[in-house]
Design a protein around this ligand. Sequence first.
Ligand code: SF4
Ligand code: SF4
Length: 405
Amino acid sequence: MVENANLACHVMAKPTGSICNLDCHYCFYLEKEALYPDRKSAWKMPDDVLSAYISQYIESQPSDYVDFLWQGGEPLMMGIEFFAKAIELSKKFSKGKTINHSIQTNGVLIDDNWARFFKKNNILIGISIDGPPDIHNTYRVTRSGKGSYQKVLSGLKTLKRYHVDFNILTVVGTHNVDHPIEVYQHLKALGAKHIQFIPLVEEADLSSIATNDNMLTHHVTNWTTPSLAYGEFLTKIFHKWIREDIGDIFVQVFDSTFATWNGLPSGICVTSKTCGHALALEANGDLYQCDHYVEKEHKLGNIKEQTIIKLNRSAQAISFGESKFSQRAQNCKQCRYEFACYGGCPKHRFIADNNGNKNVNYLCDGYYHFFEQTAPYMNAMKDLLKAGYSPTHMKTILSGSREAR
Ligand code: SF4
Ligand code: SF4
């Protein structure tokens, strides 16, 4: 056990585990059913786990603000009653802290009752939309294989009718990576003010392939975004955003990159110096190091047996997080953008470079391209900030107006 009383953690709670009402082709979490073979009959987070989670999580947070994030699987399959109970418990255990809840959902179950409930309880909703219908429906399909776009759109419209705060999460893969502007315009047209782009990267199952390092280099699933194309996707959107939308629309990766340009922490784990402490809670109380590492060897324990504080401060949790930095690839140590990236997510470090260095991030080419192309703008925004102006002045400057200030 390592003594460090200040280690903060975030927990992503999965009250349905991997159970979901959609069957998105690319969902890595659906496979987690294999970890819990009896899940089909007992998949809901039981009351004792819910209660332990709420009280322990509030206790584990060093600040006066506590953010609960509910994810899945599909969390809305728990029904309103579950979340009403969660809110009730979080008030009971709050100890005067301010509690916020947010739910990441595929959106298809949202109706008037849900929207009323979200509004009443000030719950922030993250909704997954990959672009216009033809793009979204490529992989995000129902259990019967039909595209889910219309149902999602109906859910989103309901949220808007009730003025529920929402953000949009867009997974970037082969289905949309070549259509950055089309995707971005669509999200804008839907009224998105906060957007997250999540790159889709998954190593293909290599069990039937000979173990040969050269062969391992590029075996990814067919929905995995090509690396450079991902960087180009972000860059093209960035150019549009900085000219039209900076200050009005918040794109997480742009904000986090700009933070690192100013010597601040990135704010997202994949580009932070170290990671870990972004834990994932399964429905039965099992706590894992990360949503991307819900695997036997990365289980920290169960919160019915040990507290979140204790599990988060365990040597296992700490060394996992620190290894993001200590085990970064050689090319990252010499990279001019190391400060903005730190080798990306360890889950994506499965290729070797031309010199035979291993542990290289599959997305490196894309990241590098994005940093290189946006660096002049990041530098200019940093200069504006230093001079006491808002970086949003970039919009005016780039439009050629003389009224830059
Ligand atoms: S393993 Fe990847 S996704 Fe998980 S906390 Fe680390 S950087 Fe984030
Ligand atoms: S851009 Fe590539 S080399 Fe540079 S820090 Fe990121 S992953 Fe490493």
